[in-house]
Design a protein around this ligand. Structure first.
Ligand code: GLN
Length: 275
């Protein structure tokens, strides 16, 4: 039997999972850039690589997200290693980065609670001059992944293990606290489509507000005067988060929308009172 050339493999994949994902997975299987596939479509890859591609197509067809197959996801212009122990970074979360960068551009002390892949901590460490970034996660596997990302991308981040405030010293203060915690309601039908990602990164197994509440209520004690808390949340949790932050004593509370026009990030500051 003749071995398939690149053009044939592209056809084979496109019929099953569409052209875009076929190109991504074939390039990954062959260890080449996507542009190479077009320029060399009559090349005949090694059998082993062609088989690898076919396996990727089967995995994709059974629902595995592309980033878990390729092992990487782009976030804020950088590639992060991902695996099933971490949530796949979403473009919506880039809104949180943009908002943080508008507030501080130099020397902030930053805390990222529940860092997962480390995408927020690493990005903030690299985008903010002279920042000092601490990132926590309860999951050891997630922390190891985040550590590898920080190392690969040359970001200076101090990682600590613990749930929410557990890994933060009582006396510690930050200028900026960020988090993208599990905020999906346990009975949200959306969860059914997210079975490949760590469930504990997606839902609090309750109304979706409990992690947000623990973080918001604990944050004022760990913020310097003039410091900010930025929380990512669900499209329908903007009002609840604004109420939560106000209740926790924050001022200048507002919600920022994501690229899809949905409420996505709520922030507030702990004021300095003079006089
Ligand atoms: N934004 C993700 C989603 O809805 C959820 C992320 C999270 O729970 N922190 O798919």
């Amino acid at each position: 039997m003749t071995r398939p050339d690149i053009r044939t493999l592209i056809q084979e994949g496109t019929e099953q999972i569409g052209r875009f994902e076929t190109m991504v997975l074939l390039a990954h299987a062959l260890g080449v850039r996507r542009e190479f596939l077009i320029a060399h479509d009559l090349d005949v890859p090694d059998e082993e690589k062609a088989e690898k591609f076919r396996l990727y197509v089967v995995m994709r067809k059974s629902g595995t997200p592309v980033p878990y197959i390729t092992g990487e996801q782009d976030f804020y212009g950088r590639f992060f290693e991902v695996n099933p122990s971490v949530l796949i970074p979403r473009p919506d979360t880039e809104v949180l980065v943009d908002t943080a960068l508008e507030l501080f551009d130099e020397a902030p002390r930053v805390l990222d609670l529940g860092t997962g892949s480390g995408c927020l901590a690493v990005t903030l460490a690299l985008e903010m001059k002279n920042s000092e970034v601490v990132a926590t996660d309860v999951s050891q596997e997630a922390l190891l992944t985040a550590e590898r990302n920080a190392e690969k991308l040359k970001a200076k981040v101090a990682f600590r293990r613990g749930a929410w405030w557990e890994a933060v010293g009582e006396e510690e203060r930050f200028d900026l606290i960020v988090s993208n915690p599990p905020y999906i309601r346990a009975d949200d039908e959306h969860l059914a489509n997210l079975t490949f990602e760590p469930r504990s990164a997606l839902t609090d197994e309750g109304d979706g507000m409990s992690a947000l509440a623990v973080i918001a209520l604990g944050a004022p004690a760990h913020l310097r005067s003039g410091g900010w808390l930025l929380l990512e949340h669900g499209y329908d949790q903007g009002e609840a988060c604004r109420n939560l932050l106000q209740h926790a004593g924050f001022s200048a509370v507002r919600t920022v929308k994501d690229f899809g026009g949905n409420d996505r990030v709520t922030l507030g500051t702990v004021g300095h009172f003079s006089g």
